[in-house]
Design a protein around this ligand. Structure first.
Ligand SMILES: Cc1cc2nc3c(=O)[nH]c(=O)nc-3n(C[C@H](O)[C@H](O)[C@H](O)COP(=O)(O)OP(=O)(O)OC[C@H]3O[C@@H](n4cnc5c(N)ncnc54)[C@H](O)[C@@H]3O)c2cc1C
Length: 315
């Protein structure tokens, strides 16, 4: 019997391979249909072999972090989803020649782990990220930030794998970070980042992280499933205040609801679907445009297909 792409992937990849995997279980807002394949490469060699094989077989891939900025459509994702959650974790101190603190962080490391590490070691510059449920790779890809600090400001260099399986090191001068964005060639996979920090003390960093997390809990629905802020702040304004100004807090479509705590969050109150979430997104854009003459742009990434359709990879 001829070997299928799935057979080849199973023979090639040493890491975990999940077939027809519901993405609602891998996104913080808990919506989305199944991905044909969800793959957790064991290490760089495994990842390189995988992307080469996918290229040879014409299978597209999507890189998943912690799924905290994603709305996956109800038909799921055709092709492969690659997640660095298992073989790509760790934080290591690699100071600059002049002794200033620098950290090498693997892309699959949870941002929460990095924040805790910097608290334990008294390194400043990361406490602002306490409470962002991201991976380091996803945070860098989105240039995540809070309290006036974005992670791109701390990046000294990035290591990235391209779609041929080759790795490249990009120094910061080559990187174009924008507001919640980083411009990289299509299909780039961030493997890790060298980040700069400042010298401080564990007690000072801990106090700052605790205080900022306390303020976050007061102003955001941190315990409910969401994808964080749905819209980017338009220049000179705050998306949440504009949405609130339209009286939309609490409005729902099915189980998707505009948070009563922070109007720029949509929360999943039970069994919301992507259709319901995206309907709310459209409704908000329309109402805000009518009232404020501003077109809100989504910050969340809406990915995948509406219809289940034919699997790109069959068993
Ligand atoms: C409760 C809550 C609070 C939040 N607060 C904030 C906040 O204060 N500030 C903020 O900026 N965001 C916030 N967010 C949004 C979200 O956490 C960030 O956008 C985060 O950067 C997404 O990281 P992730 O690992 O979850 O990436 P995912 O959501 O999985 O992916 C996001 C994008 O990054 C890409 N990506 C992921 N990993 C890689 C990689 N290794 N290589 C290449 N591309 C990759 C994906 O393909 C996708 O396009 C919040 C979200 C929630 C749920």
């Amino acid at each position: 019997m001829a070997r299928t792409t799935l057979d080849l992937i199973r023979e090639t990849v040493r890491g975990e391979t999940l077939f027809n995997e519901p993405m609602r279980e891998h996104t913080t807002i808990q919506v989305g249909g199944a991905a044909d394949l969800l793959l957790y490469p064991a290490d760089r060699e495994d990842l390189a072999a995988l992307v080469k094989l996918l290229a040879e077989r014409g299978v597209p891939y999507f890189v998943l972090g912690k799924g905290s900025n994603l709305v996956v459509r109800d038909g799921g994702i055709r092709g492969a989803v690659i997640c660095l959650d298992q073989g790509f974790r760790g934080v290591e101190r690699r100071d600059a020649a002049d002794g200033r603190p620098r950290l090498w962080v693997e892309a699959g490391t949870a941002l929460r782990t990095l924040v805790r590490w910097t608290v334990d070691h008294g390194i400043s510059g990361f406490a602002e990220f306490a409470g962002i449920p991201a991976s380091v790779g996803g945070a860098v890809a989105m240039n995540a930030g809070a309290w006036g600090v974005s992670i791109g400001e701390q990046v000294v260099e990035l290591e990235v794998m391209d779609r041929t399986g080759a790795t490249h090191v990009y120094p910061r001068e080559m990187l174009r970070f924008g507001y919640r964005s980083l411009d990289l060639p299509p299909d780039s996979i961030i493997l890790g980042a060298l980040l700069r920090g400042g010298e401080s003390t564990p007690a000072t960093v801990k106090d700052r992280a605790k205080e900022l997390y306390r303020r976050r809990k007061e102003s955001q629905p941190v315990r409910e499933p969401s994808a964080g802020c749905v819209f980017r702040n338009p220049s000179g304004g705050k998306a949440g205040e504009m949405i609130d100004g339209c009286g939309l807090k609490g409005v729902r479509v099915g189980d998707a609801q505009i948070s009563t705590v922070h109007a720029n969050f949509i929360v999943n109150t039970g069994n919301a679907t992507a259709v319901q979430v995206v309907s709310l997104v459209g409704m908000i854009q329309e109402r805000v445009y009518v009232r404020h003459k501003t077109k809100l742009e989504p910050e969340v990434r809406i990915v995948g297909e509406w219809e289940k359709g034919k699997l790109r990879i069959s068993e």
